[in-house]
Design a binder for this molecule. Structure first.
Ligand code: FE2
Length: 416
């Protein structure tokens, strides 16, 4: 202890006012608050995993414009970290200066306040940054320059990038109750399977019970570029359409997808444009394609629900897709799980062939939905690839559009 009135004592008195001592309860309360803040930030980041950096002036910094992807296993200053999609560049929070930076991996790992871009913001996730960014360009000014045009913004309408899908764009999986799967399978086996190998493109199901209305389906073959025996079975009348759509209502997809799809709540929920059964057992070659354009985000989606257990299909007939690095990955279909994917997912059926007569007679079948937003404004982006499928397409606003003028496109598809 210092002698009262001494120089050291006066110094100690002057400095002690700057500090507050907290009780253990207060410290625990603050720690719990910080933990909650961190959990909220990582939850928000998971929902907004893809950010776009735009507005950098032309010059030697232009290469940093582009997409930043959430790094789920990294955090700095209790905030999530993002990495440039193609370059070794990180978007991170440097707690020492309470600023966000875009800089090298070494700076990010050390939490060092260093980089090419900086913003004075304590936002918990980068998509919430409102303040103006500053750019450091040694070739131009050798100082930090305010750059009002620079913006980090959320790339809207994207399914979360999940580590188990190697951060591939717009792919997710949901659980579907086994009772519902067997219900769909019973429906398929009663109405579609008996005629699946017939020559005709029209399938008229037989009534299974007295008084039941027979349903009509339209079967579209694909040969050509799909190099497979794939058949799409679309509803050909409104009863068949509503029967297929009713299964989606039982899947709880809306609850999961609501935050990723641009929905007008006054217009109801997700709109099914085209429901179908996809049936195949023979795929000779990969045919990589996108069902939906990248710009469509997750406003146009495909859902595939396998109706049979494909567990013993070790290496065939599953779903191939490309991850963000362009590597081929296999998604194995599982009974009780539906895979959902949207714009930008490059995928193909995995090559395979029937291993027995029984497998040929009862090929792998999936309930499939092309569905998504109920806002018409997105249709010009997501619609063109859908407009020639099946007998009719139901548009985002619920109106039915006949596809009869697309009969040539059907023939083209079949020829390849
Ligand atoms: Fe596809």
């Amino acid at each position: 202890m210092y002698n009262p009135g001494s120089k050291q004592h006066k110094k100690w008195l002057a400095s002690s006012g700057k500090f507050r001592l907290f009780s253990t309860e207060e410290m625990q309360r603050r720690e719990a608050g910080r933990r909650e803040e961190r959990i909220k930030a990582s939850d928000r980041a998971r929902r907004h995993p893809l950010l776009s950096l735009e507005g950098l002036p032309a010059g030697n910094l232009e290469h940093t414009n582009g997409l930043f992807v959430l790094q789920p296993n990294l955090s700095k200053g209790r905030r999530p970290v993002y990495k440039h999609q193609h370059q070794d560049m990180y978007l991170f929070f440097a707690a020492s200066m309470s600023k966000w930076y875009i800089g090298k991996e070494t700076s990010m790992r050390a939490g060092k306040a260093s980089g090419w871009l900086m913003v004075n913001s304590q936002a918990m996730t980068a998509d919430q940054i409102q303040a103006q960014w500053k750019v450091y360009d040694p070739a131009l000014s050798k100082s930090w320059t305010s750059s009002p045009a620079v913006q980090i913004s959320d790339v809207k309408w994207s399914l979360p990038r999940l580590p188990r899908f190697f951060f591939a764009p717009n792919i997710a999986e949901i659980d579907v109750h086994e009772t519902l799967v067997s219900h769909v399978r019973d429906f398929y086996e009663a109405h579609v399977l008996p005629a699946i190998h017939d020559e005709s493109t029209e399938i008229k199901s037989k009534s299974t019970q007295a008084g039941e209305i027979p349903l009509s389906f339209y079967r579209q073959f694909a040969g050509g570029k799909f190099r497979s025996d794939i058949k799409w079975v679309f509803p050909a009348d409104y009863f068949a359409y509503t029967s297929l759509v009713s299964f989606l209502g039982e899947m709880n997809t809306t609850k999961f997808l609501r935050e990723f799809v641009d929905l007008d709540p006054d217009q109801g929920e997700l709109q099914v444009y085209i429901p179908s059964f996809v049936v195949r057992v023979q795929v000779n070659k990969r045919y990589y394609h996108m069902d939906w354009p990248k710009e469509g985000g997750s406003n146009g989606l495909t859902l595939m629900l396998p109706l049979y257990d494909m567990e013993d299909q070790e290496n065939g007939c599953h779903l191939l897709y490309k991850d963000l690095e362009g590597n081929e990955r296999v998604y194995k279909y599982q009974l009780g799980k539906a895979v959902i994917f949207g714009g930008g997912l490059i995928h193909s059926s995995q090559p395979c062939e029937a291993r027995s007569i029984a497998e040929h007679n009862r090929p792998w079948a999936f309930l499939c939905y092309n569905f998504g937003t109920n806002k018409m404004k997105h249709w010009k982006t997501i619609g063109p690839q859908m407009e020639c499928s099946g007998k009719f397409v139901v548009l985002p606003n619920g109106t039915v559009q006949n596809t009869s003028s697309c009969s040539n496109a059907h023939k083209e598809l079949e020829k390849g």
